[in-house]
Design a protein around this ligand. Sequence first.
Ligand SMILES: NC(=O)c1ccc[n+]([C@@H]2O[C@H](COP(=O)([O-])OP(=O)(O)OC[C@H]3O[C@@H](n4cnc5c(N)ncnc54)[C@H](OP(=O)(O)O)[C@@H]3O)[C@@H](O)[C@H]2O)c1
Length: 251
Amino acid sequence: MSRIGFIGTGHIAAPMARFLAARGHKVSVTRRNIDVSTELQRDIGAHVEDPQGVIDASGIVFLCLRPQVASDVLAPLSFRADQRIVSVMASVSAQQLAQLCAPASNFVQTIPLGFLENGGCPLAAYGNDSVLAELFEPENPVVKVADEAALNAHFAICAMVPGLLDLMASGAAWLGRTTGDDAGAEFYTTQFMAGFLANMDKGSAGRLAQERDDLATDGTLSLQMTETLRGHGAHDALRVALDAIGKRLET
Ligand SMILES: NC(=O)c1ccc[n+]([C@@H]2O[C@H](COP(=O)([O-])OP(=O)(O)OC[C@H]3O[C@@H](n4cnc5c(N)ncnc54)[C@H](OP(=O)(O)O)[C@@H]3O)[C@@H](O)[C@H]2O)c1
C-alpha cells in the first residue's frame, strides 16, 4: 500500500484516484475542483488537503494541473528528496519538473486517459516507468519511451482519439440519416470499430496496413473507401495535424 497524493483534482485525476484506491492505496487530493474532491472523499475515502498537506502525506505525488498554472501552483511548495513524482501534464518538460519539485529527483511523465480506471489504457512513460508498472499494471500496460520528444509524439497520437471520434460521428450520422435510427446507427458504428480493434493482434508493426490490405482488395467497398479518403487528402490532413501538435509540444 502506498500513500498517493494528487495535486490538481480534475478530469484525469479522478479516475486514477479511484483506480488506485480500489487497489488498496491511501489517496489524498487537493480541494480544487471542490465537486470532484468532495465526490472522491465520499466514494473512496480520499483525504482532502491543501497542496502542501497532500505533498507532506504522500510518497508518490501525481501532478494533474493544467500546464498554464503548473508553475504558479508548484513553485511555492516543498517536496522531499525521497518522493516519486508522476506528471501527466502535457508540455511541462522534465527540466521544468526538476526545477519545480527539487529536491525530488525521481520523475516519470505519462499520458493516461480516463478509461484507465477500467483497464486497457497504454501508458507511454518517460523516466522512472517502474512506479507506473507498480501502480497500474497489469490492467494498463506501460510503454517505455526513450526521450521527451518521443513522449510528446505519443501525446499527439492521443489527440487522434477525438479526431477519429469526429470522423466516426460523421459516419454514424450518415448511417442514421439513411436508416432513420440515430441510436442504432451510433451503436453499430462504435461497436463495429471497437469489436474489430479488440480482436486485432496489436503487437507487431505493419499489422494495421496488413488488416487494411486484407479488407481492401480489388473491387471491394473497402478499397473504394481507403482510396477515396486518401484521394481527398484525409491522410495529408492527419499528418498536418500531427506535425502541428508535435511542434506545439516542443515549445
Ligand atoms: N483530461 C484528460 O483526459 C487528460 C489526459 C492526459 C493528460 N492530461 C493532462 O492532465 C492535466 C489536467 O487535465 P484535466 O483535464 O484533468 O484538467 P482539469 O479537469 O481542469 O483539472 C485540473 C485541476 O487543477 C485544479 N487547480 C487549478 N488551479 C489550482 C490550484 N491553484 N491549486 C490546486 N488545484 C488547482 C483545477 O481546479 P478548478 O477546476 O477549480 O480550476 C482542476 O481540478 C493537464 O496538464 C492535461 O494535459 C489530461
